[in-house]
Design a protein around this ligand. Sequence first.
Ligand code: PMP
Length: 347
Amino acid sequence: MFNLESIVRPNVRNMKAYSSARDEFKGTASVFIDANENNVGSLAGAGYNRYPDPHQKKLKEKIAGIKGVRPSQIFLGNGSDEAIDLVYRMVCRPGQDSMLHLPPTYGMYEVSANLNEVQLDAVQLTPEFQVPVLEVLRQVKVTTKLIFICSPNNPTGNLIKAESIETLLDNFDGLVVVDEAYIDFADAPSWTTRLEEYPNLVVLQTFSKAWGMAGLRIGMAFASEEIIALLDKIKPPYNINEATQELALQALEQTEQLAYMIEEIVQEREMLVQALPTLDAVLKVYPSDANFLLVKVKDANGLYNHLLEHGIVVRNRSSLPGCEGCLRISVGTTEENQQLFQAIAEF
Ligand code: PMP
């Protein structure tokens, strides 16, 4: 049986969150000389002399409305990378606990594990890039606190079968983190709709992909109120800066524009899925539910360098076990995709 109390790090359970004077005082005030800010002004623009809202109240309310969850089920991080790191810090005792991930997958699960002295156990995805569930459950140890699943998976682009994730959620007593950075490009419901069923589920999403705000650094974790309260307790108090909070709030008003961008990207993706296999250099284009394609080619290093000579940078994944001979290519604009096609055709 999953029991959050029993898997949370004792120091995290016992510590107090950082608390500012502005957080503690109740009532109204007009003079704020409590936080050692510059009360004369700011060279960056009006308002930026003040620290941002550490609870991101307005933003969380807005996101809650869009995502159909309660504000108390949302954690906001400086990119979802920060959420990944804080999930480790919440449950993994350095030097003692372990995690499980499923390569080929997103690299930060491993980087963050190393940084936090968490032992990394890996179970390779199947040749179809699906989760070998029974093998994963066999590898679970008493010290395993986390399983990271990326769906749609980076760099393979495919969704992970819902039944596999359900089996892990039902049979693993630690946290199952489902990273949905690319979910907006997929033809599938988000796991945020299953939060009430699974107290051990953490869903990650980001504003860096479909929303087009990678430069602002803002990502989300959705989970039970208890898990979110713990993440909020251990985060740096001002992790989402004021400009980002304002710009994200504005962007969230433009859901029509979002739908348009997603449609455009998915259309371009499907164009590439049709067009690339007609080229001599291309062996296989893997099906994708994301905004990128994993492409198996005859000579990955050669083509990678050839594209560079044409001023085109793709991600060379050919040395990654499971992705031998593959390049990962983000969907560009129509013009960029044409340039890519032309350059590959000339290889
Ligand atoms: N998860 C996955 C699967 C990703 O591919 C990425 C970014 N490449 C992230 C998380 C990190 O996103 P963010 O910009 O929100 O930190």
